[in-house]
Design a protein around this ligand. Sequence first.
Ligand SMILES: NC(=O)c1ccc[n+]([C@@H]2O[C@H](COP(=O)([O-])OP(=O)(O)OC[C@H]3O[C@@H](n4cnc5c(N)ncnc54)[C@H](O)[C@@H]3O)[C@@H](O)[C@H]2O)c1
Length: 273
Amino acid sequence: MKTNYFDLNGKVVVVTGACGVLGQTIVRYFGTQGARVVLLARAHSAEKAEGIVADIKKAGGEAMFLACDVMDKASLEACRQAILDNYGTIDVLLNAAGGNMPAATVPPDKTIFDLDVDAVRKVVDLNLFGTIIPTLVFARVMADNKKGSIINFCSESSFRPLTRVAGYGAAKSAVASWTKYLAGEMALKFGDGIRVNGIAPGFILSEQNRTLLTNPDGSLTPRSEKILGHTPFGRFLESDELLGTLHYLASDASAAVTGTISIVDGGFESFSI
Ligand SMILES: NC(=O)c1ccc[n+]([C@@H]2O[C@H](COP(=O)([O-])OP(=O)(O)OC[C@H]3O[C@@H](n4cnc5c(N)ncnc54)[C@H](O)[C@@H]3O)[C@@H](O)[C@H]2O)c1
């Protein structure tokens, strides 16, 4: 029996979308847990990423930043080599790059026939292929080691479609399906040391969704009222409320857990009336 199933000391944790709202919170947290954290973000976020790396190091942690695009396999392969050169291995991959685009939605005054198919394709590309491609690159190291944990970012719209967000729902339900598929595939071909799970965060107020969820005076939009009316907790979540679940999924505490999606949402998904 281990004495600490949650130990992340020395683990190499790779995070895509590391400069995003959730990514930043995640990399800073893993930095406090003894992990060696790799921040992956696009080149235009370099300054922000280097600032986060400096903060993690100042607090006694270990981190590095590498620029890449999650849609570009060659850039990810270059990152994999740099990670292996610096830290020697890869233990955990969090696929936190993703998001929505206004053009891939159907607002109340439009119909599905107004939908911008190219925008939907971009949202599916980013969320689905932006998860698949980094996994194919970084899980190669896990397959060689016969050990690793992959965590994908799903959503409430992975389970049931939400109004408006047509492209995002299609993408995130596909990410959930891919997560479950890959869990089986990796275990069958590479053994029970490699695990693939998802996290489905509830609604977190961020810069990206602020105009959809709050009015300029800070009051809630009708959509927010509906969301909170359907959330037993009656509030939005904070980014740091995901951290305990992510820590569990990343560590040996969840050694027999694969193909699952952890819902962290104040009760939204399970609630009826
Ligand atoms: N914030 C929420 O309420 C919420 C809820 C459920 C699910 N999620 C999901 O969690 C994940 C993180 O969300 P977030 O709120 O931090 O979003 P965010 O927009 O703040 O962060 C996403 C990051 O991905 C990066 N990115 C976009 N395209 C990229 C590309 N081609 N290559 C590399 N990086 C790229 C962006 O620059 C950004 O930094 C996303 O998949 C999102 O869909 C978020």
